[in-house]
Structures are given as structure tokens and as C-alpha cells.
Ligand binder design. Structure first.
Ligand code: CUA
Length: 159
């Protein structure tokens, strides 16, 4: 079979592009670990009220001074609300949902994750600017989705 040189160049170029794109996926997913801010930690969404952590959601301080906030999202609010954390300290958010998928976005920052029933989403942020931030649910979760807002208070650390 005779394939024109011009045609062969295009075939190799197309195959090369495919390999390039596949390589980009494997590189970002595998090597740079670019993935949703969850870590495949599961939790029983029907047993949250008796869960040792999510049964009493709130702000806790670790021995090293870092902050952990456990949050339960549920139609149509976040618990706890408001959330109060200090500025300039790493804050680890751990969130889950008691019913459907909700969003958790601290407006104006890059703190943004999904609250998924059955899973714990976790990410860490340091807030530099003290003040009051709005937390919004950015996943459509029902008729009152637009009312699902919370408040984050970032306090200046007292020395
Ligand atoms: Cu919760 Cu939209």
C-alpha cells in the first residue's frame, strides 16, 4: 500500500498530538497529583449525628497550633455557622454532606470544595486578611439552594 508522504506526515502529527495530550493527563494526575481536594476518606452519611467528628462539627486546635474545622453541609445550611478562625494560621477544612452534594466556597478566596455525602473533602488554607467572608453553596442542591450561605469570621490573632 502506498501512502502519500503528505498523508503520512499528518497521521504521525495526529498520533503525536494524542500522545502529548495523554501524557499531559498522566503527568498532572500522577506526578503533580492534581485532583479534587478529597482524599477518599469515607463516612456514613446516615450516621453523622453519632459520628465522633461530624456528630459535633466545629473548630478545633491541634497540638501544633494549626486549626481543623469539621463542617457538615445539609439542606440548606452549613454547620457550624458562623465559623471563626484565626488569621495567618493554616486552617484545615474537613467537610461532608448529610444529604446531597453541596458546594463550599469561601467567596473571594481559593477555598472551594464540594461536600459529598459519604466522603470527606479536605483542604488547607491560610487566611491572611482578617474580616468576614461569605460562604456560598455553589452546587445546585434544591429549592432553597440560593439561601444556603454561611459566614466565616477570620480574626486577627491576639499576641
Ligand atoms: Cu447546598 Cu446548593
Amino acid at each position: 500500500m502506498n501512502v502519500e508522504l503528505y498523508e503520512r506526515i499528518w497521521m504521525w502529527a495526529a498520533a503525536g498530538l494524542l500522545l502529548l495530550f495523554l501524557g499531559a493527563i498522566f503527568l498532572t494526575a500522577g506526578v503533580q497529583a492534581v485532583q479534587p481536594p478529597s482524599h477518599i476518606e469515607t463516612v456514613d452519611p446516615t450516621a453523622l449525628p453519632t459520628h465522633p467528628e461530624f456528630g459535633a462539627p466545629g473548630v478545633k486546635m491541634r497540638p501544633d497550633g494549626s486549626i481543623v474545622v469539621s463542617i457538615v453541609a445539609q439542606m440548606f445550611s452549613f454547620s457550624p455557622d458562623p465559623i471563626e478562625v484565626p488569621a495567618n494560621r493554616p486552617v484545615t477544612f474537613r467537610l461532608t454532606s448529610a444529604d446531597v452534594i453541596h458546594g463550599f466556597e469561601v467567596v473571594g478566596t481559593n477555598a472551594n470544595a464540594m461536600a459529598i455525602p459519604g466522603y470527606v473533602s479536605q483542604f488547607t488554607v491560610t487566611f491572611k486578611e482578617p474580616g468576614e467572608y461569605v460562604i456560598g453553596c455553589n452546587e445546585y442542591c434544591g429549592t432553597l439552594h440560593h439561601n444556603m450561605v454561611g459566614k466565616l469570621i477570620v480574626k486577627k490573632e491576639s499576641k
